[in-house]
Design a protein around this ligand. Structure first.
Ligand code: SAM
Length: 300
């Protein structure tokens, strides 16, 4: 059984590969254009999980020199995990970290003498209910878990004038495995229907493309958008880094979703056999996953 923080940590390398570089580059350019005054560039991340995006932005040298970063997540366990893991990841990116301070303070001097500072506040709470005046809001792999229309309205209370919304890894309607299995199409359909109609949590299996409609309707300008597909595949029957945990967690999630249907929609035996075949392929290093997401960058 993979814990949720373990899953979030394991998917970081999958998303390092998947993130759409066109959308990323434009986000980084727009962020840089908001730097230069006496105030730090203010970033709010909603659904920040274990802190993968903060670590990536630091590691990929994508942040302006002075940044205030407010990371908000509903789940206290993932916020705790971020607090524990982030200092080490920031040190790996060359920062000196004062982890006793709250917010966490990280500093670095570049080889050209540029002084960099990131102040990171980690909070547990509903990120769509906060007030702020951020230069940028990041919501990575989050907007497929909420009601989009009210969410993009709520974000207007988090963003300042001209603020950016970067929403990478927004799920968009495709989950498939290799090798193909005779019941795959049915299982994919039921898994996606579960996101749309069955689970208690809101959200949508086509949130990525819906975002492209909802943002302009709410007064945002979409600056860039592009595909960001998770592809997890073995090489020589082994998965890189901890990526088998991503597959394990996804199989558990699909199994849990299918279990919510009555037997006349999917027979328990069909579900159990499918999961068993997929777990066997995972153990033998034979399973490949393709899952489709959109990365979207917009300005208010
Ligand atoms: C799929 S995870 C993605 C986490 C992280 N962004 C990443 O990509 O590793 C979604 C996260 O959003 C958080 N979340 C969902 N709704 C939220 C809300 N209303 N406010 C803050 N966090 C929320 C969940 O607790 C979870 O940690």
């Amino acid at each position: 059984m993979t814990t949720f923080p373990e899953f979030l940590t394991a998917k970081r390398t999958v998303e390092d590969r998947a993130l759409n570089r066109r959308v990323w580059e434009q986000f980084v350019t727009e962020l840089a254009e908001r730097a230069g005054g006496s105030d730090p560039v203010r970033i709010v991340e909603i659904g920040s999980g274990t802190g993968s995006m903060i670590a990536r932005l630091a590691d990929w040298e994508a942040l302006p020199p002075t940044v205030s970063y407010r990371a908000v997540d509903l789940d206290a366990e993932t916020v705790d995990s971020a607090r524990k893991r982030l200092p080490e990841r920031l040190r790996a990116a060359g920062y000196t970290v004062d982890e006793q301070s709250d917010p966490i303070r990280a500093r670095r001097t570049d080889s050209d003498g540029t002084e960099r500072t990131i102040e990171i506040g980690l909070e547990t709470g509903d990120g769509f209910a906060i007030d702020d005046a951020a230069d940028a809001v990041i919501a990575a792999a989050v907007l497929d878990l909420v009601d989009l229309q009210p969410a993009v309205e709520d974000l207007k209370g988090v963003l300042g004038d001209n603020g950016l919304l970067y929403a990478p890894v927004t799920f968009n309607g495709h989950t498939s495995f290799i090798p193909r299995d005779p019941v795959d199409d049915r299982i994919e359909r039921l898994y996606h229907r579960h996101m749309d109609e069955v689970r208690a949590q809101p959200g949508s299996s086509r949130a990525g493309q819906q975002l492209l409609k909802e943002l302009p309707a709410a007064g945002y300008t979409v600056l860039e958008a592009g595909g960001a597909d998770w592809i997890v595949r073995p090489t020589d029957s082994a998965y890189s880094a901890a990526e088998s945990a991503v597959l394990e967690h996804l199989l558990e999630t699909i199994d849990g979703a299918l279990a919510d249907y009555p037997a006349d929609v999917i027979e328990p035996e069909t579900r159990a056999d499918w999961i068993e075949r997929r777990r066997g392929q995972l153990e033998r290093g034979e399973l490949t996953l393709v899952a489709h997401h959109l990365d979207v960058l917009a300005r208010l």
